[in-house]
Design a protein around this ligand. Structure first.
Ligand code: TRP
Length: 331
């Protein structure tokens, strides 16, 4: 083994992959993949904590995999796989479940939000969702987890469980750290710039899918909510404009200051059009690669099969250690 650190991250195959996922996560993953050992999973087991249509889910899982690759993730250099293809995730989740308290899980804000949203399906999986996430992370001796602010509490729980288990049973797990990339924008909704861009936004004009066509991207940016002023400036109270500026900076690789200078004297109409064009330009090659990949099912299958096979090897070693520590008879 070399001394590269290990990164684990995953996206649930629900809705679509948004510009927010791309600028906040995927684009960073691409820049990390050569300097770290990276595991990028399509976390399908997490997604069934909310009812899914089976036919749509299966299709969407493949589409997500293709989008990971289309964004530039190297399916051979990294471990790219479907979570459900690696049984150790469920196995470790069970052991960790026996080392996590109801009280800890009841404090998770995502559980509170989701149970409010899905009142008639508050299932046990939704409650123990963070335990499965902890299993994902701990199985691979992960050092770093790139997470947005909404997942910080879950990562904190993963750390607590790892430390607790190590104290009880002896050194077993690496305690993961959050990884906050230097760059990477927090992309807000185009319709309500005070809340995060979300794929489950009922208003499709609020989010951009990375597969949106240029004309849809143009339309959504044209309708983006700004403010009643007319100056393209980055400052408090200008959430809509700030969001557009940071999206522009993020896709062009410029700083926000450079972006502000570029739009000095521009009206909002032109500004929004230019941001839309820059985004469409950035996403165009991704959509093209995606379309090619979706025609090449054999290649996709090779990627997820080899990924899962390697992942099963790594995680089987972790599991035999864990089972030995808790006192199970050698199988
Ligand atoms: N819970 C994460 C989310 O909704 C997805 C996820 C599952 C994840 N397992 C993970 C992220 C492990 C990082 C590491 O965004």
């Amino acid at each position: 083994m070399d001394d590269k650190k290990i990164i684990f991250s995953g996206i649930q195959p629900t809705g679509c992959i948004t510009l927010g996922n791309y600028l906040g996560a995927l684009k960073n993953w691409v820049s990390l993949q050569h300097d770290y050992h990276c595991c990028f999973s399509v976390v399908d087991m997490h997604s069934i904590t909310v009812r899914q249509d089976p036919v749509a889910l299966r299709k969407r899982c493949m589409e997500f995999l293709a989008q990971y690759l289309a964004c530039g993730i190297d399916g051979e250099e990294n471990l790219v796989f479907f979570q459900s293809h690696v049984p150790a995730h469920a196995e470790l989740a069970w052991v960790l479940n026996c080392n996590v308290y109801m009280g800890e899980l009841s404090r998770m804000t995502q559980f509170k939000d989701k149970s409010a949203k899905h009142e008639n399906n508050i299932n046990a999986g939704l409650f123990t969702y963070p335990v499965l996430m902890a299993a994902d992370i701990l199985l691979y001796k992960t050092d770093l987890v790139p997470v947005g602010s909404d997942q910080k509490q879950h990562l904190e729980l993963a750390r607590d469980v790892a430390i607790r288990f190590n104290n009880l049973y002896g050194e077993t797990f690496t305690v993961p750290e959050p990884f906050i990339p230097k760059e990477g924008a927090r992309v807000m909704s185009l319709q309500d710039p005070t809340s995060k861009m979300s794929k489950s936004d009922p208003n499709v004009n609020g989010f951009i899918s990375i597969l949106d066509k240029p004309e849809d991207i143009a339309r959504k940016f044209k309708r983006a909510v700004t403010d009643s002023e007319s100056e393209v400036a980055y400052r408090e109270g200008k959430d809509g404009v700030n969001n557009l500026l940071s999206i522009y900076a993020s896709v062009t690789g410029k700083t926000v200051d450079e972006a502000v200078a570029e739009f000095a004297g521009c009206g909002y109409g032109v500004f929004k059009e230019r941001v839309g064009e820059a985004v469409a330009e950035e996403l165009r090659p991704i959509r093209e690669r995606y379309e090619d990949l979706m025609k090449n099912k054999d290649y996709l299958e090779t990627v997820y099969r080899t990924g899962a096979e390697k992942a099963r090897g790594i995680t089987a070693r972790t599991m035999s250690k864990v089972y030995r520590k808790v006192g199970f008879v050698n199988r």
